[in-house]
Design a protein around this ligand. Structure first.
Ligand SMILES: Cc1cc2nc3c(=O)[nH]c(=O)nc-3n(C[C@H](O)[C@H](O)[C@H](O)COP(=O)(O)O)c2cc1C
Length: 253
């Protein structure tokens, strides 16, 4: 079986994952870690499976909620192709942490990809990516990975970038605020991957739990969740130099 396992609060990571799974020509089971968080635990992986696992870089790390989810899974020797998706700054230790987490869960990591998508906090960075050129490159990466898999070439571990101990990351100050347009429909509370929106009071946000992933902002049917323009402008200034220029997608095989 081929699985596409992704955590994509605002859709950029999913675009990359879809491009990477395109060479499998529709023969793919999608596992959405946000919309269906318990699905992954119901799957019995085997050594014959190939799992594409795609996550965004948050502060150069794997989002903590994803690490928790993956720790509950038994890989049973399934092959994993890893993708770290980033907003045109850097992935830092994301691929390394994803690989360490999956190996500890019993997966065999056969390849890694880093890919650019629009920055979900500061949309100017990586705007419009992945674009047509990215999609072509990513599809080409996966074809190379598939060829290596067919040759049975997974004994040799790919050399992935990143360090241990991982970069320290304790979140960002940007938390969604709720406007008077909120009708407490509860759509956001039902899907918040950090359980930071109480079902009984969707008009609030638990700032301690919130991981600033912007999923609630992107799915609110009334556009009633917003982030502070001032805080975004501060972040933009702070990371502007690091986000300059067009960053490349990379394959580690
Ligand atoms: C809280 C937070 C932290 C982020 N940290 C980084 C980072 O360290 N490096 C980077 O290049 N992009 C960073 N980004 C941008 C995301 O990695 C990028 O926009 C990604 O595509 C978001 O995935 P999504 O569209 O699937 O939600 C961050 C975004 C958020 C919300």
């Amino acid at each position: 079986m081929i699985y596409e396992i992704f955590f994509s609060p605002t859709g950029g990571t999913k675009k990359v994952a879809d491009a990477l799974s395109a060479p499998f020509q529709g023969n793919v089971t999608r596992v959405d870690l946000i919309k269906n968080p318990r699905q992954i635990q119901t799957i019995s992986f085997t050594g014959g499976d190939v799992c594409l696992v795609a996550v965004p870089a948050y502060g150069g790390r794997v989002p903590g909620t994803v690490v928790e989810q993956l720790r509950q899974v038994k890989g049973n020797g399934a092959k994993a192709v890893l993708a770290a998706v980033f907003g045109n700054r850097h992935i830092d230790d994301t691929l390394r942490e994803l690989s360490d987490t999956l190996k500890a869960a019993g997966f065999v990591c056969v390849a890694g990809v880093e890919a650019v998508a629009e920055h979900s906090l500061v949309h100017r960075f990586g705007a419009g990516r992945p674009d047509a050129q990215d999609i072509r490159e990513l599809t080409g990466f996966e074809e190379k990975i598939l060829a290596a898999l067919k040759k049975g070439d997974w004994e040799r571990e790919p050399s992935l970038p990143g360090n241990y101990p991982y970069k320290s990351y304790s979140g960002v100050a940007i938390k969604p605020e709720v406007t008077e347009d909120c009708i407490s429909c509860g759509v956001c509370a039902g899907e918040c991957p950090a359980n930071a929106i109480p079902e009984e009071n969707p008009g609030s946000t638990d700032r301690e739990r919130c991981i600033s992933c912007m999923h609630c902002v992107s799915i609110c049917p009334r556009h009633a969740r917003k982030i502070s323009g001032e805080l975004v402008a501060e972040t933009e200034k702070r990371i502007e130099a690091a986000c300059a220029g067009r960053k490349e997608n990379k394959l580690y095989l």
